[in-house]
Design a protein around this ligand. Sequence first.
Ligand code: NAD
Length: 336
Amino acid sequence: MKFLVTGAAGFIGYHVSERLLDAGHQVIGIDNLNDYYDVSLKQARLERLAPHRSFHFEKMDIADRSAIAALFSHHKFARVIHLAAQAGVRYSIDNPHAYADANLVGHLNILEGCRHSKVEHLLYASSSSVYGLNRKLPFSTDDSVDHPVSLYAATKKANELMSHTYSHLYGLPTTGLRFFTVYGPWGRPDMALFKFTRAIIEGKSIDVYNHGQMRRDFTYIGDIAEAIVRLQDVIPQPDANWTVEQGSPATSSAPYRVYNIGNSSPVSLMEYITALEQALGCEAVKNMLPMQPGDVLETSADTQALFEVIGYKPATDVRQGVQRFVDWYKDFYRVD
Ligand SMILES: NC(=O)c1ccc[n+]([C@@H]2O[C@H](COP(=O)([O-])OP(=O)(O)OC[C@H]3O[C@@H](n4cnc5c(N)ncnc54)[C@H](O)[C@@H]3O)[C@@H](O)[C@H]2O)c1
């Protein structure tokens, strides 16, 4: 099948593209290769995809309306896996407009492309951050997500709402993927594991927010890619019996679904750091700091609905996943 993967040079997009290519699919990858983090890491990921004969890359901005319309008119995509976005909670405090451009205008352009070319299934990245002020754990897709605490989270929630309208109005099957803190090889330099690893190797201290009193459902990248590859074949169907009063917010009378994709076994930040210290064989100097604006205390995914449709849920142990990240990091950056 012919897939469009947006954000193909990104952390998750690279891994998903590789899985799809290995499974024999054709992948058109797009990415604007912006400098939110080290562009050479994005290029290195693309270099790993380039040898696949069924992979084709185009540098493109999803906020560029005419470029995206032209892309969809040139290709007939069976599936679209939309992962390009301005990511990061903390960056959205100082750079709100980057989120409006990539996550709102960009998402609309992808929806329009899918609508006009009759794509069979659009899967798009949402985020555990949509749960915002929700304190009921684990987070369920049946819970309210009306109180985000960062603009990033608000744009992800907006993506779900925009997708619902396209599912309702045009019958476009859409699946929203609420990822929970993803980590692993080829990970993002702006995320804790990468920053901690680099600092520890360079003999610098690490910044530990909220004095380590945070818990996260850390989810291994291989598990995320596996779940996406399985879900792309689970095309949402309209549920004629669904009503707002009685149905789940994660389903609809339209062909619309939302799933949590998380490990469903939250780990404290200090345990995560201990796993990293063990993998590196060296102790971190910890700089204990207060809570950051926009952060949440705990995330934990209820993945029952995911398991019911794909017979799979993320389960890689954090010690194993962190070790794999460290092995990759040392190899990639040639650290002894
Ligand atoms: N990694 C996580 O823990 C996590 C958690 C929840 C949600 N997500 C979401 O998953 C998706 C993928 O995240 P990731 O961790 O791979 O991030 P990433 O930053 O590594 O990948 C996103 C890619 O999109 C590209 N991009 C950004 N704006 C673009 C634009 N306007 N046009 C074209 N390309 C653009 C970037 O260059 C980047 O390569 C994002 O939507 C993110 O918000 C990630």
